[in-house]
Design a protein around this ligand. Structure first.
Ligand SMILES: Cc1cc2nc3c(=O)[nH]c(=O)nc-3n(C[C@H](O)[C@H](O)[C@H](O)COP(=O)(O)OP(=O)(O)OC[C@H]3O[C@@H](n4cnc5c(N)ncnc54)[C@H](O)[C@@H]3O)c2cc1C
Length: 506
């Protein structure tokens, strides 16, 4: 099929995947005059940030909070360039209410910086020097990121962009590049503060996929500060799907094409250059080779290796194979009567049930609750979405998948019932997603979610680059800098758009 002739377009670009990363890259490139075709194997665009409807409820599949909507934030910048309206949203305040084991009063992560400072001083006495370091590193990292560095650099142009983003104020971060949060806690004599460590483990695991002990300090500085003004975490009106829908609207307006239920089966490579994508239409079963000047893969780096087959450079494949096993998620989606929700319930809560094991062994829940009138539930009803980190392996090895899913669902509901009023008469709909569900609906390798983990060995300068070892092939998404989240993958998309344009015009 060659139904979209180049005409006077600058370049023909195929984007594999209509996640927020792929849609952002595609919409920006279409806006800038390129011929863009996005293919996605799912029914609806948005990947981990899409939504689905059951009865009268709308559930967000994965992502529930959005960063980067404030003026100067990445979604704000991209939506301005695309000349589309930002989705309506409300600031989450607190961004999260964190319940530590055995405690009935939460640590409230307030969005007002002073209020959050008072809260943390009260909750974690003696830790302020650590937080001041976090604040200083965040300030410098944020300014640096706003200047669009390319990390890690793999080309002279990338290196120049990186150099341009470094200013005297960035230099304060350099001595901390190889430190983890665990190191910083030791430096400040806080390594034995179990409560603080548990809090940091819980919050950091959400963003970095790993514990505080392992999380790169510079990454943690952003993750721990992003919920405070002038930044903030936002709850979208309607559902998370609005973000994708607006990007699709911009893509189509600018002549781009989106084919849902179309699977990219292989990226073709000739003489070290990506030249085409083998696409299968799931409905008609038709398979064809679509030529491209540039291919953008909005997939995990593990999926990229599969798509390249025997064309993947050996060193790259080895590096991917050596990555520590990434996490997946178990998510339970509940449609409930409003009486199940306690009064003044914050929109996002986090619970840790057993502090003895490492977080990520299904012992914590991150919970998002709909707000009256936010479009997710009918009047006098609400949605509760609770996710926990799980090791994907057991879900693929088990001989009793349905039994395991049932057990996890019942355990999650029993735990949620310690906070919510969950009884047969208040629960209207129950559904769960496992690593197998994520693998099926987002095509992510083994259902892994949330990126490759922000350890020293894999964050920023040491992570996977957007520029792959194959010419004209680019990687966009949460396997690349600056990591997971809709805001993170939007930066990743913007970087690739700039790299492609720089290559075309050099
Ligand atoms: C439970 C959970 C909670 C989360 N909470 C938050 C949150 O609150 N806030 C936040 O910002 N982030 C959150 N995240 C992370 C965030 O959702 C992701 O990091 C981000 O959405 C990933 O976007 P992406 O564009 O990289 O890829 P994806 O969302 O994975 O999209 C990739 C797309 O590519 C398609 N695809 C893959 N392979 C192929 C192929 N071969 N052919 C065709 N199509 C293909 C898939 O169908 C999919 O649509 C959460 C994630 C999960 C799982």
């Amino acid at each position: 099929m060659s139904s979209h002739p180049l005409g006077n377009k600058k370049s023909r670009i195929i984007v594999i995947g209509a996640g927020i990363g792929g849609l952002t890259a595609g919409a920006l490139l279409a806006r800038r005059g390129h011929s863009v075709l996005i293919v996605d194997q799912a029914l609806v665009p948005g990947g981990c940030a899409s939504s689905f409807r059951r009865q009268d409820f709308i559930f967000d599949v994965g992502a529930t909070q959005v960063a980067g909507l404030e003026p100067g934030g990445i979604h704000h910048r991209i939506f301005s360039e695309l000349d589309i309206d930002l989705p309506q949203a409300t600031l989450c305040d607190p961004a999260c209410a964190v319940y530590l084991p055995g405690e009935t009063t939460p640590v409230n992560v307030w969005s007002e910086p002073q209020k959050w400072q008072q809260e943390r001083q009260r909750q974690f006495p003696g830790s302020e020097p650590f937080w001041q370091l976090i604040a200083a590193l965040f300030q410098a990292s944020w300014e640096f990121q706003k200047r669009n560095p390319v990390l890690p650099p793999r080309h002279l142009w990338d290196f120049l962009q990186l150099m341009k983003a470094i200013r005297p104020d960035t230099l304060i971060t350099i001595p901390y590049t190889l430190l983890t949060v665990g190191d910083a806690l030791r430096i400040y004599g806080l390594a034995k503060d179990r409560r603080l460590r548990t809090f940091l483990d819980l919050q950091l695991k959400l963003y970095s996929q790993v514990s505080a002990q392992e999380t790169a300090l510079l990454y943690a500085a952003t993750a721990l500060s992003i919920s405070q003004k002038p930044q903030g975490l936002f709850h979208l009106q309607g559902s998370m799907q609005v973000l994708s829908d607006r990007l699709v609207q911009a893509l189509k307006r600018d002549g781009g094409q989106l084919l849902m239920r179309h699977t990219a089966e292989q990226i073709q490579v000739e003489n070290g250059k990506a030249t085409a994508v083998v696409i299968r239409d799931q409905k008609t079963k038709k398979v064809w080779i679509e030529p491209a000047d540039q291919v953008i893969a909005n997939v995990t780096v593990q999926n990229l290796v599969q798509l390249l087959g025997d064309k993947v450079p050996r060193g790259y494949k080895r590096r991917v194979q050596k990555l520590p096993t990434p996490s997946s998620a178990f998510v339970v989606y509940l449609g409930v009567d409003e009486s199940a929700i306690p009064a003044q319930c914050p929109p996002h809560l986090q619970f840790l049930y057993d502090a003895s094991g490492p977080i990520g062994e299904n012992n914590s829940l991150f919970v998002s609750v709909s707000r009256p009138g936010d479009g997710r539930a009918p009047t006098k009803k609400a949605t509760i979405i609770a996710s926990s980190f799980v090791d994907p392996h057991q879900w693929w090895c088990t001989e009793d998948y349905q039994g395991l899913k049932k057990k996890y669902t019942e355990d999650a509901i029993a735990r949620l019932a310690q906070f919510f009023y969950l009884k047969p008469e208040t629960i209207i709909h129950v559904e769960a997603a496992t690593p197998r569900t994520f693998a099926r609906y987002t095509a992510r390798y083994q259902g892994i979610v949330g990126g490759i983990g922000q350890r020293i060995s894999t964050f920023g300068p040491f992570g996977f680059a957007n520029r792959t070892p194959i010419k004209h092939l680019w990687l966009v998404g949460d396997s690349t800098h600056p990591g997971e989240g809709t805001a993170g993958v939007s930066y990743s998309a913007l970087t690739v758009v700039r790299q492609i344009e720089a290559q075309l015009y050099s």
